[in-house]
Design a protein. Structure first.
Lengths: 694, 314
């Protein structure tokens, strides 16, 4: 059997099914369940990665692969999978992360032995991988919605895996509700598309709800000018926005991601929210045709707001996983900034810039998947070792878990958009497209680009501050608790998985010009241009903007030059300091009897200046209670509490919640429990429907 | 456009040699202005040599990050220096990155310096890191927007292109847009180099220090690298300011005469700017920490107005 995407793809899907079955089969043998289910998932995801890479590198001329998974049993429901470049790109993200996470789970799941059922975890994890892979490859709206729902439900089961804790249960329910509001909007959106394509085709058969049918709409003039296209845009923006976690629909995300097992949180933050991005790319760029200006403006504004607010709230967290979850909101915002700019350029008929901005967004999508996955895996390893997510209990882990610390540091540098790693490259592309965009129009709207750029600068500087805190408080200085002092390095599979993602970060950071070639078929599909050659200078060493004078950057060049410059400190050492000795001594303690961990800076203290500067947003509140015997200067005990208000929760969601409860109490009058009344309702509904049909 | 080895070596040497001199000048002039005699202008060189020779004491709590930080700070400062035109119109490695890479590399150095401050488990270091990252975060949008104003007019994020375009168009410093962008960048320069009114480079008093608090546990050659890196960063930021807004006398080719003239003019411009910094430091008092955001947001507003006025005048 030769290795082609056509043969590898069914193998991948079969692997996940097998892994799911194995997990359920060995419910009572946890070791066997762990090995079989996560082993199957690892191999299957590896196959998937190879299949997607092969299909992306096959060149733009290669026809997309189409497969019928199951025979059509029910009319209208066709289980067809299609691997076009866009699907292959997102499939690559799913499979690459799936591979690293399954490998990680082999070691991580051992922590659940004797406490929880590993078989169930493995089964749902495989189901989630299967459903997510199918979501990005489904070829018609029905199949898409089915696997979308399976994905949401299996993710719900995984979030609620440790359901003994009340916090987990409420987070799970919140996720469940929000996710279904989103799905409802997506369904309505697809219905609008279905209606339009049915009208164009003249029949409402299977072609009308296939993705090819939706794509055909882009050529239809009456659809392009119709109001239902704008309605569809808004519905999809909300529907996929809930999944992606845009502000203000993000509240489920920081609740659900931290409470899930770490391998699942990594998958949710790295991949699951990207299905929202996939949906937006598919619909906005492939189905809806040339956008009006306000779409791009909306998306760019939402992106900017999400980026800034996401990182500001992240700074206030001292729960390591919650902090990372808020950063996902920030990064989704950065991705959408690229997309929004791209939509605006498409409207203004600048396909070249639109392609550049789209590439920036897509590049950041895969980058975020890789480094956020990496960071969550690091957080999982820390959780595994210290049994706490609270950063105030950590510290000193760099000496106790050196490999994990190094991997986490790489992830932290990457997510803070610092050169030479991958986060910098995609933000560089975003800046370039924003700055080039200034010249595209004469309207006042062009000011959005530089202001957006400045806010992006604010975002990345705040992200750097946040990750100095996350890394510094967690891994450096003295351990703040007994658990942190006793921490141990994670098992080999967990380290290997992190190493895979570190390698991906370095590759995407140092060799952007190589990776951009992979995006060529994708941009060909979505905007009709291939610009990787145009972005490459000096045999791939240098990455350039769309025109060479606009600016260039070379992460590889910077790295190599930096390594050469290291010879200067070496020469200085040779000349001056060869005889100098190094002593290990105590840190200066102002003459006290040694420093204790209680004197260290805390995570809350670290972010205090930012809390004070943005106090209009955070509305910080603190309570201090002291007890003393004779003088307030000699306190016997002290209790300190600090809170930050989550504006969206207190101002929007709580009132909304109260209103819904109030309305449903009113509605209860309708449900009197009498059969006759219900029959009347049915009769009236029927009558109304008949009248409506007339 | 190709990176030229000779130019790289020359500019590296210039950065290494000139940076301590500028620090020394500022320190000496400031003392004179305050009726003190002050340290010699060349004192920073002696300090660096002394630090390099000394034994090091490293905190028992520190990890490898503490030792990596000085190298990162030093190397990023040099890299940034190579991307900015100083004496010649063409920076040696401008192909490797422009404005965005410069800001990114400075942030990388700062990131590691802040981690180095947290590592020895002292409260001073943590305080310094926290404040440094906060101030950098609010300075960055002003910095970016001010440079964007120039970048947009020129259509490039590359410093060499900006300088070349500025020379060609006969840059007008009195153009209100550029004046405002210049002032905004000057405020950011004060913040980034830890000068009064934002930070006090001469203090070791815990309530006022930011940059020094992070370096408190460093000694010996690590301290030398940190100090040297900081002064190189200062020189580079000053070079950006003078060469973008006052691009006169830069050498267009590699001839000795042009380079000599370029060096002399560059020195003159940098010393002029240093004098301005000295003046600001002397006539101002250090601001309370929570007043600093006001100053920096004023810089941001200035940069926004600069942008708006380019929009209006075009």
């Amino acid at each position: 059997m030769d290795i082609t995407p056509t043969t590898l793809l069914p193998l991948t899907l079969m692997g996940y099914v097998l892994g799911c079955a194995a997990g359920l089969l060995f419910l009572r043998h946890e070791k066997l369940a762990n090995l079989c289910s996560f082993g199957c998932a690892t191999l299957a995801a590896l196959c998937g990665t190879v299949a997607c890479v092969m299909s992306l590198t096959a060149g733009p001329a290669a026809a997309p692969i189409q497969l019928q998974l199951l025979p059509t049993l029910i009319p209208y429901v066709q289980f067809t999978v299609r691997l076009d470049p866009l699907s292959a790109f997102f499939g690559l993200i799913v499979s690459l992360l799936g591979f690293a996470l399954s490998l990680y789970s082999l070691g991580y799941a051992r922590g659940f032995y004797g406490r929880k059922n590993v078989g169930v975890l493995g089964a749902f994890f495989n189901l989630l991988l299967l459903a997510t892979t199918l979501v990005v490859m489904a070829d018609n709206a029905f199949f898409f919605l089915m696997v979308w729902e399976i994905m949401a439900l299996s993710a719900y089961c995984l979030v609620s895996f440790e359901h003994e804790k009340p916090e987990t249960r409420s987070a799970g329910v919140l996720y469940f509700v929000m996710s279904h509001i989103g799905t409802g909007c997506i369904m309505l959106g697809f219905l609008l598309l279905f209606q339009a394509s049915g009208r164009v085709l003249g029949n409402y058969g299977p072609d009308a709800y296939s993705f090819a049918g939706f794509h055909a709409l882009t050529g239809n003039v009456s659809w392009l000018s119709s109001g239902s296209r704008d309605a569809a845009f808004l519905l999809f923006l909300i529907g996929f926005g809930v999944k992606a976690g845009i502000v203000p629909l993000h509240t489920w995300l920081p609740a659900a991601h931290p409470v899930a097992p770490s391998n699942v949180s990594a998958f949710m933050s790295g991949v699951l929210i990207k299905t929202g991005i996939y949906g937006m790319t598919r619909v906005f760029f492939d189905f809806l045709g040339t956008p009006p200006m306000w779409w791009g403006v909306t998306v760019l504004s939402i992106g900017t707001i999400s980026a800034v607010l996401g990182v500001l709230y992240a700074l206030m967290q001292h729960d390591l996983k919650r902090l990372l979850a808020y950063h996902s909101i920030e990064n989704i915002g950065i991705i959408l900034m690229g997309f929004g700019a791209s939509l605006m350029f498409l409207h203004m008929n600048h396909p070249l810039l639109a392609t550049l901005a789209l590439i920036a967004g897509l590049y950041h999508t895969i980058n975020h998947a890789v480094f956020k996955g990496l960071l969550f895996l690091g957080a999982g390893a820390v959780l595994h070792a210290t049994h706490t997510r609270d950063m105030e209990q950590m510290g000193g882990l760099a000496k106790r878990m050196p490999q994990t610390a190094f991997f986490f540091l790489v992830g932290a540098v990457a997510i803070s958009a610092l050169p030479p790693l991958n986060g910098f490259v995609s933000e560089w592309l975003t800046y370039q497209s924003l700055l080039q965009g200034f010249g595209t129009t004469d309207s006042l709207l062009r000011l959005m680009f530089p202001i957006g750029g400045a806010l992006l600068a604010l975002t990345s500087a705040l992200a750097a501050a946040c990750f100095v805190k996350a890394f510094g408080i967690t891994f450096l200085a003295q351990p703040r608790s007994e658990a942190a002092a006793q921490a141990h390095e994670a098992p080999l599979t967990m380290l290997l998985a992190q190493a895979v993602l570190v390698a991906a970060c370095v590759f995407l950071g140092l060799f952007p010009t190589v990776f951009l070639q992979v995006l060529d078929p994708l941009t060909q599909q979505l905007t009709g241009l291939q610009i990787s050659q145009q972005l490459t200078l000096a045999n791939g060493l240098v990455l350039s903007g769309v025109n060479q004078n606009g600016g260039t950057v070379s992460t590889l060049g910077i790295t190599l030059l930096g390594l050469c410059l290291l010879s200067i400190p070496f020469v200085l050492w040779l000349v001056f300091a060869r005889r100098a000795k190094t002593r290990i001594g105590p840190t200066w303690d102002c003459g006290l009897k040694g420093l204790t961990p209680r004197m260290e800076y805390t995570a809350t203290g670290f972010s205090k200046p930012i809390r004070m500067i943005f106090k209009a947003l955070f509305r910080p509140r603190r309570e201090v209670q002291r007890e003393y015997d004779f003088s307030p200067y000699f306190t016997t005990s002290i209790r300190f509490e600090a809170h930050v208000e989550e504006v969206f929760e207190t101002r929007i969601y709580r009132p909304l919640n109260r209103w819904v409860l109030w309305a449903s109490r009113r509605m209860r009058a309708l449900q009197a429990g009498s059969l006759q009344a219900y029959l009347i309702y049915i009769f009236i509904t029927l009558l109304l429907l008949l009248l409506f049909a007339l | 456009m190709k990176p030229d080895l000779f130019a790289i070596l020359l500019q590296t040497a210039l950065l290494l040699a000139l940076a301590p001199l500028i620090s020394g000048c500022i320190r000496n002039w400031k003392a004179r202005l305050q009726n003190r005699r002050g340290p010699r202008v060349v004192q920073p060189y002696f300090d660096l040599i002394k630090f390099l020779r000394k034994d090091m004491v490293i905190s028992e709590h520190a990890s490898w990050v503490f030792s990596a930080a000085p190298y990162v700070v030093f190397i990023t400062a040099l890299l940034v220096g190579l991307m900015v035109p100083m004496v010649t119109t063409q920076a040696p490695v401008s192909l490797f990155g422009g404005v965005l890479a410069v800001v990114g590399l400075l942030a990388l150095g700062r990131f590691f310096m802040a981690l180095g401050g947290l590592d020895p488990a002292s409260a001073f270091g943590g305080m310094g890191s926290s404040r440094e990252m906060t101030i950098a975060a609010i300075a960055e949008p002003a910095l970016m927007l001010a440079i964007f104003t120039v970048a947009i007019t020129v259509g490039s994020t590359d410093f060499s292109h900006m300088v070349a375009a500025a020379q060609q168009s006969g840059w007008d410093l009195l153009n209100p847009a550029h004046l405002m962008a210049f002032v905004a960048l000057f405020v950011v320069l004060l913040a980034e180099t830890g000068r009064i009114p934002i930070d006090n480079p001469a203090t070791h008093l815990e309530l006022t220090m930011i940059h020094e608090a992070m370096l408190l546990e460093y000694s010996g050659r690590y301290l030398a690298l940190m100090e040297w890196g900081a002064s190189i960063k200062q020189l580079v930021l000053m070079a950006i300011l003078v060469n973008i807004f006052l691009p006169v006398g830069l050498a267009a080719d590699g001839s000795a005469a042009a380079l000599g003239l370029g060096l002399a003019v560059f020195l003159g411009k940098i010393l002029l700017l240093s004098a301005a910094v000295v003046l600001v430091e002397t006539v101002n008092a250090k601001l309370r920490l929570f007043r600093v955001p006001d100053l920096l947001s004023a810089a941001f507003v200035l940069a926004t107005m600069a942008l708006l006025s380019t929009f209006i005048f075009h």
